[in-house]
Ligand binder design. Sequence first.
Ligand SMILES: [Zn+2]
Length: 374
Amino acid sequence: MDEDFEFVSFERQESIEPDESISQISATIIESDISILNANSSTVWLHFIKTPMGTQCTICHQLYKPTSGVSTLRSHLRKHQLENIYFRAMLSYFCPRYKIPNRHEVKDMTIEIFNTRHAKISTDLASIPGKIALTADMWTSTINREAFLGITIHYIDFSWNLCNFLLDIIPFKISHTGVNIANTIIDILQEHNLLEKTLAIITDNASVMIVCGREIAKQIENDLSQLTFAHYRCAAHIMNIIKKSDSLRQYCITNGVTYLKPILDVKTRWNSTYYMLERFITLESVLFLLAKEYKSIQEIYPNENELKIIKDMIIILEPFERATKHLSASSYPTLADVRFIFEGIQVYLNNLIGQNEFTQSEFASLIHQKIEEY
Ligand SMILES: [Zn+2]
């Protein structure tokens, strides 16, 4: 059904009889509409007339150039949606005491609500005691192919509640490069005075998003390499690209390294992150050469700092892998071992937490705490 069907017979039928049913009304609309549609190609002509000065709206008398297209006229008619008598009749039927605002009032109300909320968000953001993390994603409307950048903020408030909300959603009209996305995000962070509080940004694996993450890190001098999650995705991303290419096998042969298939982590598969990272380090000497050759791999290849984090993550995850393997065994009873295994892991983690060189102490102590709770 055409979208401006609601405007039909605006002029011809000024009022609705109190006992007239909706089906009767719509029957009238369809009947009269068809007769008009036969003569004119679009329903917009139900509300526009051609005058010597141009095309004129019969509702508000606004003039358009004679050459104005149907889509221009149709978007004008959207403004009158609230004034539609059937819509108003429906609302007053369901809630007779409600005073239906006109479109100017709705516009003012919307702006007022926006300003109030905006002010409240600013105060809320200013009172965040610690750091914040962002998630950003680009998406494209399937209806009109318009692109939007959505930014969600995550933080812990004074009462230790993990909070998140949609910080902004921006129509993205410029080219979707990593740099452009990064600049847009930084503008928003500046607007809300969040630059210094931003600890991390989490995105999907789209290559522009990875460039964007690097760009933001560079601009706010906030070392993203401290963020375990970013590397985790990064490694998955590299492995994914490498998996698709056959170059790795070739490089292994020329460099005398035994070829091993890259492993990707799978959320539902235990220890797959460990296997992925471990395989990454095993193949590192060859992957390094591969990254030199291919720009797409080079862009996302971990730096020295990040490699250290990957190695430390492996150190943390290793006993868990061994424990899972042991406890998953079905050929011998394992219940009695559980306590010993957990205690062994706790001692292991405790050792790591004390080490200066270790980059993942915080992560290790979090796991330690979690186990303690059981
Ligand atoms: Zn009008």
